[in-house]
Design a protein around this ligand. Structure first.
Ligand SMILES: Nc1ncnc2c1ncn2[C@@H]1O[C@H](COP(=O)(O)OP(=O)(O)OP(=O)(O)O)[C@@H](O)[C@H]1O
Ligand SMILES: [Mg+2]
Length: 353
């Protein structure tokens, strides 16, 4: 039978991450790689410097151990480039496709000609006349640019996914299907996505305008050093190689406080929006993913203020990892590989040409 020959690629604004998994039942890590993207090359999901991103992809594939065998790619879209809506639809005179088109126009508030969109219907647990439709719209310009980058590396698109679904899959793979209301917060570079799941199913997502970048900038300002030096100091502190002064730790605590307050507003908004299931009145647990999940005391601040258990996602927790991969490296990069790992979980039968 086929071995899935797909390579998962996450084009983020700080780095490109690559993962390839093998194995049918128990998934096993076969390749991984990462390469930085020069700051400013991708802004709000838009590729500003195509060649820089092309070079980074070549670097990421090289660091994953060669590119010749890697042919088919799974990639995902995130941030403001994609809009995911969960809609309850009743069976009416209009077919689902017509209803979806009407809803898309209303929900996305954009000309649908500027969007690619797709949808999936679920009727599990619903009355026969009702369906849940997950509607996904993505800006054509952003999708086309990303496809062009992959093609320039000689890759074919096997799967096009969304960050929110990839992250949901990573959490399910490693922590099982969790009952009740759970949130995943993907702390990226300039923004973070808060994803709400009910009994493991996607419910709702909303963005917070804070990410790892804000910690770096706060350190740079407080210490009077360059952004690059502040980034190095931040990561050394996180690795325990050096410790930031109490004064800088206070500055970081201020960013954490702002983050927690934005998160609290997001949670309140979610409950007010009517998207929360009526039998769920509180978030029972939070998973932190993304590079920014490793920010000093962020997880602790959220846990303390929201009185909820918070865990940094270990995307390799339930993945077989051969000895040739450094455990320490996996621990360091851990949460930042959550999206690409979820993409890597997609299988051959999921692929569409
Ligand atoms: N060990 C660490 N400690 C603290 N912060 C870190 C660490 N590693 C990465 N970060 C921060 O995480 C951020 C990048 O996260 P991530 O790699 O998830 O982003 P991305 O996927 O490239 O970008 P985005 O998803 O926002 O487009 C940067 O701001 C970086 O400073
Ligand atoms: Mg990302």
């Amino acid at each position: 039978m086929f071995e899935n020959p797909m390579v998962a690629i996450d084009i983020g604004s700080t780095s490109i991450k690559v993962v390839e998994l093998a194995g049918k039942q128990q998934r096993k890590l076969s390749r991984m790689g990462q390469f930085p993207i020069p700051p400013g090359s991708i802004v709000n999901g838009v590729i500003r410097d195509f060649h820089a991103v092309e070079r980074a992809l070549a670097g990421a594939l090289r660091s994953a151990g060669g590119r010749r065998l890697l042919k088919r790619a799974a990639m995902s879209l995130g941030g403001s480039s994609v809009i995911v809506k969960r809609i309850r639809m009743s069976e009416g005179a209009m077919g689902v496709e017509d209803q979806v088109l009407a809803e898309a126009e209303q929900h996305f508030q954009m000309d649908v000609n500027d969007l690619y969109f797709d949808f999936q219907t679920f009727s599990q647990g619903m009355t026969s006349a009702e369906k849940i439709v997950l509607l996904v719209g993505a800006k054509k310009e952003i999708v086309d640019d990303r496809v062009a980058v992959l093609k320039s590396a000689g890759l074919k698109i096997g799967v096009m996914d969304c960050d929110v679904f990839a992250l949901t899959n990573t959490v399910e793979q490693n922590y099982g299907l969790l009952p009740g209301l759970i949130a995943i917060i993907n702390v990226g570079t300039t923004a973070s996505q808060v994803i709400f799941l009910g009994n493991g199913q996607y419910l709702y997502t909303r963005e917070i305008g804070l990410g790892g970048d804000h910690f770096t900038k706060a350190i740079a300002d407080a210490m009077g050093i360059s952004y690059e030096d502040a980034e190095r100091a931040k990561q050394k502190d996180q690795r325990g190689e050096s410790v930031l002064s109490p004064e800088i730790q206070k500055t970081i605590a201020g960013v954490n406080e702002q983050f927690v307050s934005d998160l609290q507003m997001t949670v309140d908004f979610f409950f007010q929006s009517g998207e929360a299931p009526i039998d769920q009145d509180r978030v029972k647990g939070i998973f932190l993913s993304g590079g920014g999940a490793s920010s000093r005391k962020l997880a602790e601040s959220i846990a303390q203020k929201l009185s909820v258990p918070v865990e940094r996602v270990d995307p390799f927790k339930n993945i077989l990892v051969p000895k040739r991969f450094s455990r320490q490296y996996l621990r360091w990069v851990g949460p930042s590989f959550s999206t690409v790992l979820g993409l890597g979980l997609r299988r051959f039968e999921d692929t569409r040409e």
